[in-house]
Design a protein around this ligand. Structure first.
Ligand code: FE2
Length: 408
């Protein structure tokens, strides 16, 4: 099955059938062939600090649990009792002490996943073998402080999977920990959210506050496709135009603001002259760290995944992080700044949610049946000479997507 037009080579992925946003059959295949075969960000290593700490995620509708063992090793299992399939916990995270006990018949598993307790075990007869009935493991690996899981053990190693994004992502994700979380659902296909983090064409239009604060936001920087399926979008903003922003806020809200009223200006120097990046990892992860230089704020940022719930409904899970050695005041400021723009109610996320929903509504129409990702015509990956608004990183996404979807 191919969802792309017949173009070959680097231009493949430039025109994509809108069936990818609406078809039940494609949605079923995505779960099996894309989500079932790729690495997925689950949590930070600091979410699993000590033996017994657990964190649960769902990948391709399958409940998974990550668990730190008594030997300090992080493992991942299906969050499913081997007896009758009850999930072992419905909690997002916590600590299990020494065993995980199923609520249904109290089968108990140790922190390494072995079945260690079966009430009235003798009734199963002499051939009953606890060794066969331990929790079923799935692949888990870490990249600095990021913990990833993969259902299908045939996927390449995590480092091979990350490919060219390793050097970009590595410096940002060391010595960080979660300081806040936010999840929300929207009425739109999951890819519409992920596309947004590879798209440097829309912010100056869709995000009025970006236009007002940093008017030439997209003029410097770049948007690179990184093999095998990822991207880095970068901008270097001029000094923020606080006066224009405040004028705009007054105009649209009718509220009188003082210049220091808005959280976005509590660390204004972070806005300009330091490259800022959005890193997108196939298929559904993006990491948006603070500015690269200027010590202050460097380690704060957010991590998002988007999880499909149906062809037209998705959930966003956001983690705001800070450096482990940030003081409480810095953490509070980082949390406020990021929540203000990127939380479910944020100035930026609100616009993107609206855009995703509008695209979903339109994709159900039969008037035009292809989406266009043709910006940027020079060969290559959208390097320094390309316009940062070009769409190389969207094309590499859809090339990889089509490859996964086509593989039996
Ligand atoms: Fe956006």
């Amino acid at each position: 099955m191919t969802m792309l037009d017949p173009t070959v080579g680097e231009r493949r992925g430039a025109r994509v059938s809108r069936d990818v946003y609406t078809s039940d059959e494609i949605y079923r295949l995505e779960k099996e062939r894309v989500f079932g075969r790729t690495w997925h960000f689950a949590c930070l290593t600091s979410d699993l600090k000590k033996p017994g700490d657990f964190f649960t995620v769902t990948v391709a509708d399958q409940p998974l649990i990550l668990l730190r063992g008594n030997d300090d090793v992080i493992r991942a299992f299906f969050n499913v009792c081997t007896h009758r399939a009850a999930i072992l916990t419905g909690q997002k995270c916590g600590n299990y002490g020494r065993v995980l006990k199923c609520m249904y018949h109290a089968w108990a598993f140790n922190l390494e996943g072995e079945l260690v307790g079966v009430p009235y075990e003798e009734g199963y007869g002499p051939d009953f073998d606890r060794g066969e009935l331990g929790l079923v493991s799935v692949s888990v690996d870490t990249f600095f402080d990021l913990v990833f899981v993969a259902i299908n053990p045939r996927v390449p190693s995590l480092v091979d999977y990350l490919g060219e994004i390793v050097d970009h992502l590595g410096p940002y994700v060391q010595g960080i920990e979660a300081i806040g979380r936010n999840s929300w659902t929207y009425e739109g296909n999951w890819k519409l959210w992920h596309e947004n983090f590879r798209d440097n064409y829309h912010p100056e239009f869709a995000h009025r506050n970006i236009h007002d604060i940093i008017p030439h936001y997209a003029d410097r920087g770049g948007n690179w496709a990184l093999e095998p399926a990822h991207s880095v979008l970068q901008w270097v903003a001029e000094a923020p135009n606080a006066k224009a922003y405040i004028r705009s806020l007054r105009r649209y809200s009718g509220v009188e603001f003082a210049e220091n009223d808005t959280p976005s200006f509590s660390n204004p120097e972070g806005f300009h002259e330091a490259p800022q990046e959005v890193l997108a990892v196939f298929p559904n992860l993006d990491v948006q760290p603070g500015p690269k230089t200027r010590g202050r704020g460097m380690k704060a940022g957010y991590i998002q995944t988007v999880t499909p719930l149906s062809p037209s409904r998705s959930r966003v899970d956001m983690v705001v992080y800070s450096a482990v050695d940030d003081d409480p005041e810095t953490r509070a400021r980082n949390l406020e700044n990021l929540a203000d723009s990127q939380g479910s109610w944020g100035k930026i996320s609100g616009d993107d949610t609206e855009a995703a929903h509008r695209c979903q509504m339109g994709a159900q129409g039969t008037g035009t049946r292809e989406s266009i990702f043709t910006r940027g015509v020079a060969p290559g990956n959208g390097g320094q000479d390309a316009d940062p608004r070009d769409e190389y990183s969207l094309r590499i996404f859809y090339r990889a997507y089509d490859d996964y979807l086509s593989a039996e």
